[in-house]
Structures are given as C-alpha cells and as structure tokens.
Ligand binder design. Structure first.
Ligand code: PMP
Length: 394
C-alpha cells in the first residue's frame, strides 16, 4: 500500500522551531512561531482560563456527547462576541469546530458542496494554510493584490479593482483583523468600500477571524466583519479561540454561516452538520466549555478582557519600541510601519539573504518571508534587534 507514497514536504515553521531549539546561543531571539509570548517568553495559561477550568472540573457531571454543532452555550456566546447586532440571527447558524483551521476546513467543504470547484480569492500573501485547506476541499485558489512591499501597507486601490471584477459564485477570503503574515490591515473606510464591492458583485465574503481582540480591541477588530454582515446577503466566518483565549492546543473555533433567510440558513446548516458528521462527528468540548464559562460570567469575562487588553497593549508597545529604535539608529522612517501594523505579525519586507544573515549572525529567527512575531521581541533587547536588522540590510 504505502510504497506508492513519496515524502510530503515538511512544515517550514516546525523546521524553523527545530533550528531555533538546536541553536545553543543564549542571545538567540525567536520571532518565528505564531503564538503569543509574555515578557518571560512563555505562552501562559490565562488566569481567567485557569479559573474557568477549575469550575468545570468541580461542576462537570457527564462527558456524554454534545451533538454535531458542539457546545450550544459556546455558540450563542461567540455569536454575541463576533456579530453584535450586525445581522438578524434567524439567518445565522454556528457550529463549534476544532480551531480556526477546522472551521475553515468545514466551511470550505460547504462551499464545495454548493459550488464544486468554485474559486476562492485569497490575499497576496495570506496565511500559508489557506491554500492547502482550499485545494484539499476541491476549490480553486486565486489571489487579489494586498500587501505593498514598498509601503508595507495595503495596495487598496488594486485590491478593490480586483474585487470589483468578481461575481456571484466567487468567494473572497478576508482576514477580519490582524492580517497574517503582513500585519497590514484595512481601515474602517476601506472595509466600507470592500463591503460595498461585495454587495455590488455578489461575491461571497468569507472572513477568517483568528485574532479578534489582538489589534485595537474587540469591537474595533470586529468592525469589518460586522460591516460586511450588515450588507451582504450571505457570508461565512471562521472564528478561532486559539489566540485570544490562549487555548491553542485545545482546538476551539467556530464555523458561522449567514444565509439569505431563515429557510436557507436551515438547509445550508443541515449540509454543514452533515459534513462535520462525516469528518469527525463532533468537536472536542473542553476549550469551548472554557470560553462559554468565561463569556457567560461577568467577573470572569471582565478578567479575560483585561488579560486580552494586556496582551494587545504589550504587542503595541513592542511595535512602538522597535520602530523608535530603528528610527533613532537609521535616522529614517523606513520601519515606522511596524508601529502602524496591528496583531501579532509584521512582514518586514527583507530579502531572504537578510533573513538568513539575521539567523546565522545574530540568532534572530523569523520565517523566510521576513514575518516577525512581535510578541517574541525581548523588551530589554529591542536595541540589539534594531542593530541586527539594520546591519542585515546594509
Ligand atoms: N487563520 C489564520 C490567519 C491564522 O493565523 C491561524 C493560526 N495560525 C488560524 C486561522 C487557525 O488557528 P487555529 O486552528 O490554531 O485556531
């Protein structure tokens, strides 16, 4: 049987993590892997999460099945968190799924059931896993212009011009906030224009919301999603609780669908549940029960929001410090974009030789596209990092 197989390509991020672990220099800096890290360089269990887990441990009466859509309380709480009052809930359905990735997977399967082989348009560049999930689901992938390497901002006019050429039957994958890998995001005014374009063309908006709360705050980060939902007849959202609740390994996310009316929502949802049943039957509960417990309890929710603000503000401070350190040393505003970007990542726009140089000479690790995880910047070594980056491009 298996002699027919050849070796699949390894995962680049995992390979980079291995190289970092094997590097014996005490001065090494890990800006590679995409997880939040605190000032000690650890990815902590949030205190609100710990408390929710303690409650669950003492109160849980059964481990019996919850059903294909998973934890109902979690679903209702996530809809409140993400949608606000942007859309009539009668048109909305939600299914808990294993992480943002699992949510993307089941929703792309759903698209392929509705329109086999449809084209999904992703930003150039986009998260490295979007392509494989789409292709494995039977979809075709195309790109729309997004990142401008000259300004390190969004090529908005070109993006919009491309979106305007699409039609019903096309799918547009948008990062709801905190774009990965670039860190460059749409302004509210640009979201308004994207929403108007989607309405005009009838292309289906599909929002990947993996970093809600990591940019400028929960409501600010949900602006684009809510705007699109307020105008589009149909939409899909893949929500992840990995980053904002720090629940990476618990695999908690949600697939949200918005249909034209209640009747179509019911039919479409039956297909979504059918896909899930035939894939993994039901999602794991623990992470979802943690999120439900936190969001339904005023005290735990306040604590979570304050922890989330702490993570967000730390990342913004690190951005500002790095931009300032580079500006001071180079007497130029070339890296000021780092302070303007939002979320966990910034694409520095360095040539691959500079990325290699930083790794070999300074033990500074980032992905080969020059994406840095700003949460990985050691606060007391911002100056060293600024020196190293400038030396690498000199
Ligand atoms: N979408 C984007 C853009 C991401 O960066 C990630 C996490 N790296 C995900 C989705 C999925 O995250 P998870 O499956 O861990 O929830």
């Amino acid at each position: 049987m298996f002699e027919t197989l050849t070796k699949a390509p390894g995962d680049k991020i995992l390979a980079l993590m291995g190289e970092y672990a094997a590097d014996s220099r005490s001065t090494k800096i890990d800006l590679g892997v995409g997880v939040y890290k605190d000032e000690k360089g650890v990815t902590p269990v949030m205190s609100s999460v710990r408390k929710a887990e303690e409650r669950i441990l003492s109160n849980e009466k059964t481990k019996t099945y919850l059903g294909i859509a998973g934890n109902k309380g979690f679903g209702a709480a996530v809809l409140d968190l993400v949608l606000g009052d942007s859309v009539d809930r009668a048109r909305v359905r939600i299914a808990q799924a294993p992480g943002g990735t699992g949510s993307l997977w089941v929703l792309m399967q759903l698209i392929n059931r509705a329109r086999p082989g449809a084209t999904i348009h992703v930003s150039n560049p986009t998260w490295a896993n979007h392509n494989p999930i789409a292709l494995n689901s039977g979809l075709k992938v195309a790109t729309y212009p997004y990142f401008d390497p000259a300004t390190r901002g969004v090529r908005f006019a070109e993006m919009l011009a491309k979106l305007d050429t699409l039609g019903a039957g096309d799918v547009v994958l948008l990062h709801g906030c905190c774009h990965n890998p670039t860190g460059a995001n749409l302004t509210n005014d640009q979201w308004d224009q994207v929403a108007a374009s989607l309405k005009r063309t009838g292309a289906l908006p599909f929002i990947d919301l993996a970093y809600l709360g990591f940019g400028d705050g929960i409501a600010a980060d949900a602006y684009g999603t809510r705007k699109v939902l307020a105008t589009a007849p149909e939409a899909l959202i893949a929500f992840s609780g990995s980053k904002n609740f720090g629940l990476y390994r618990e695999r908690v996310g949600a697939a949200i669908l918005v249909a034209r009316n209640a009747e179509e929502a019911e039919i479409t949802n039956s297909q979504l549940l059918n896909i899930i049943r035939g894939a993994y039957s039901q999602p794991p509960d623990h992470g979802a029960e943690i999120i439900r417990t936190i969001l339904e309890d005023a005290e735990l929710r306040a604590e979570w929001e304050s922890e989330l603000s702490g993570m967000r503000e730390r990342m913004i401070t690190l951005r500002q410090k790095l931009a300032a350190a580079i500006r001071e040393r180079s007497n130029s505003s070339d890296f000021d974009f780092v302070a303007d970007h939002r979320g966990m990542f910034s694409l520095l726009g360095l040539p691959v030789e500079a990325v290699d140089h930083l790794k070999a000479k300074n033990g500074v690790y980032m992905t080969s596209d020059s994406r840095i995880n700003v949460a990985g910047i050691p606060e007391d070594r911002v100056g060293d990092l600024a020196d190293a980056v400038l030396a690498a491009i000199r």
